[in-house]
Design a protein. Structure first.
Length: 246
């Protein structure tokens, strides 16, 4: 039950972090080219290098050079942004490791339940795990809708040990390419995908449990002694011994 929401959430985060179209969407949707004064084509090209750096196990130090609107070459990210991206990469790599173990744990436990118990027991575990996932997603969505900025700020304080994530939208290209609204949309997208998967799992497992409800073994009946009568027992006279006479 606990492994299912961890596996689903981390898998969806990993997919979003590894999909370059997510990065390209932010550059195009929020007009990063105008804010950074760098052609959009250069930023799109830089996204490929950024995704490779964040997702590779043994990535080389990040150094992306782009050509700005004046035709001059410049480093896309300054020293502060580069160190922060190294911290982000460490977080992603840890999350990817957790995702692999969570998925492996779900599959292993599913096989164990199927072999050692029954398919109904497995279906019940999947159902409860999916319901737990839905509850976590609903709670996260409520927090994001009511106070995303505060929650986002607190999350950074929890994850990072420095303040390098505090970037200036007027000068730092990283925040210009991926502004606050982008992260809000990504959070909602990951939550929506996770909730959809949880609904699918709960629907299939719930339907199976309902269809096979007649196959549920009946609970063993406990032995209940017969109630004792409150009426007094009839008195039986003692037997008279027979004497043998000679």
């Amino acid at each position: 039950m606990v492994a299912i929401p961890i596996a689903l959430i981390t898998t969806n985060i990993r997919f979003a972090a590894s999909e370059v179209r997510v990065y390209d969407y932010s550059v195009r949707e929020y007009d990063a080219a105008s804010a950074a004064r760098i052609p959009e084509s250069e930023l799109i090209r830089a996204n490929r290098s950024l995704v490779s750096y964040l997702t590779a196990e043994n990535a080389a130090p990040l150094h992306i050079v782009v050509t700005n609107n004046s035709g001059e070459e410049e480093a896309l990210f300054n020293a502060r942004e580069t160190v922060h991206l190294a911290d982000v990469r460490d977080v992603f790599q840890t999350l990817f490791t957790v995702q692999v173990f969570a998925v492996a744990l779900v599959l292993t436990l599913a096989v164990v339940l199927f072999v050692a118990a029954s398919l109904r027991v497995l279906a019940r575990a999947l159902l409860f795990g999916a319901l737990l996932t839905g509850g976590l997603v609903a709670a996260t969505g409520a927090v994001a809708s009511l106070g995303f900025d505060g929650a986002w700020h607190d999350l950074h304080l929890l994850i990072f040990t420095n303040d390098l994530w505090l970037l200036d939208p007027a000068s730092d290209h990283l925040i210009q390419m991926f502004p606050r609204d982008f992260w809000f949309q990504v959070t909602l997208l990951i939550g929506a995908f996770t909730l959809l998967q949880a609904l699918l799992i709960s629907g299939v497992s719930g339907a199976y449990l309902y269809a096979t409800r007649s196959a549920e073994p009946a609970a063993p009946q406990r032995y209940t002694p017969a109630p004792r009568s409150l009426e007094p027992r009839p008195r039986v006279p003692p037997p008279r011994p027979r004497h043998i006479t000679h």
